[in-house]
Ligand binder design. Structure first.
Ligand code: BTN
Length: 329
């Protein structure tokens, strides 16, 4: 349900940092100028930067660098029926919150975004560093009701869509490291964690979690992460508009999910894989269930499993595993 805040934000964004008078806003909204001023003060407290002049009105000079629900919603171009967005200041894990919301019956699809997570999780039980540092922590929840085999390539498909969105938005070229890492020159800018609850032979609900380093500064990482992690702002040399990017990302994720469920994705998958795959032809070590496998990556199968050619020319197929790229000697 759009609120006065949505309306004001739409008007301000439409003017693209030009002035709009308090009287115009008040007339369009059907409220007093004092009420408009109160809304503007609330936005200011949420991190919006305005210029205000008696004769000219208001002008947005900088949006907030932290997640703001109405600002994301105002800029969201894809909005499936019933979609809702939950923006939180702090939560244990957006994936866990999405699972709790699903369990309590919230209509899907919906997204949960937090400014900071206290127990952000990655794959294999690892922690995901989740400080309030301008990075994005988001989970999108769905109820696919299909057999689990149908979702085999889902995380990869989503990762490819996220890579293309990043490329379109920033003109940077990330690579996707199977199965869930978004990298720049070997440093991690994003990771995905898809979790599902299965009932009998159907997926009851599914949470796609994404941690994406948008705006954290180079000196903001603890310990060893400084060497292994990187943000898009650091790679591109300029900060991103957090909420505009997040709206574009959510739109892309929602659309990608629909295409995946419609089965209308294989050609695009192949094209995007060709463009963003960071492993093809590389010598890697893949660790799966404690065993190490050496080989050269030859591609993917239809279910998103990685194909690895060993030293004897035999091809092995892996549905899961941890990949390390071997250094060229
Ligand atoms: C990985 O690279 O191992 C996956 C990292 C996934 C992190 C995201 S942040 C948002 C969502 N909430 C979590 O607790 N984890 C995912």
């Amino acid at each position: 349900m759009p609120t006065a805040e949505h309306f004001i934000l739409r008007e301000l964004l439409a003017r693209d940092s030009h002035w709009i008078s308090g009287t115009t806003l008040a007339t369009k909204l059907g409220v007093s100028r004092v009420a408009v001023w109160q809304h503007m003060e609330k936005l200011r407290a949420a991190g919006f930067v305005f210029e205000a002049q008696r004769a000219r009105g208001y002008r947005l000079t900088a949006p907030p660098g932290t997640p703001h629900a109405a600002l994301i919603e105002t800029q969201l171009k894809v909005r499936p029926r019933g979609f809702s967005l939950l923006v939180l200041d702090e939560i244990d894990s957006t994936n866990d919150e999405a699972a709790r919301q699903l369990a309590s019956g919230r209509a899907a699809p919906f997204a949960v975004i937090a400014r900071r997570q206290t127990s952000g999780r990655g794959r294999l039980g690892r922690a995901w560093h989740s400080a309030a540092n301008g990075n994005l922590y988001v989970s999108v929840a769905f109820r696919p009701r299909v057999p689990p085999e149908r979702m085999g390539a889902f995380t990869l498909w989503m990762g490819l869509n996220v890579c293309e969105l990043i490329a379109n938005f920033t003109r940077l070229t990330p690579s996707l490291k199977w199965p869930n890492d978004i990298l720049f020159d070997g440093r991690k800018a994003g990771g995905m964690l898809t979790e599902a609850r299965v009932d009998a032979d159907q997926i009851r609900d599914l949470v796609f979690g994404l941690g994406l380093n948008l705006n954290s500064p180079a000196d903001g990482w603890p310990g060893d992460l400084a060497r292994r992690a990187v943000s898009l702002a650091e790679v591109g040399g300029t900060p991103l508009d957090f909420n505009r990017f997040t709206a574009a990302l959510l739109g892309r994720v929602l659309l990608a999910y629909q295409k995946f469920m419609d089965g209308d994705y294989t050609k695009t998958f192949a094209d995007l894989w060709h463009r963003f795959d960071g492993l093809r032809g590389r010598s890697i070590v893949l660790v799966e269930a404690g065993r190490r496998h050496h080989g050269t990556v030859s591609g993917l199968d239809d279910e998103g499993a990685l194909l690895l050619r060993d030293a004897h020319g035999r091809t092995h197929r892996f549905r899961a595993g941890e990949v390390t790229v071997e250094k060229a000697s």
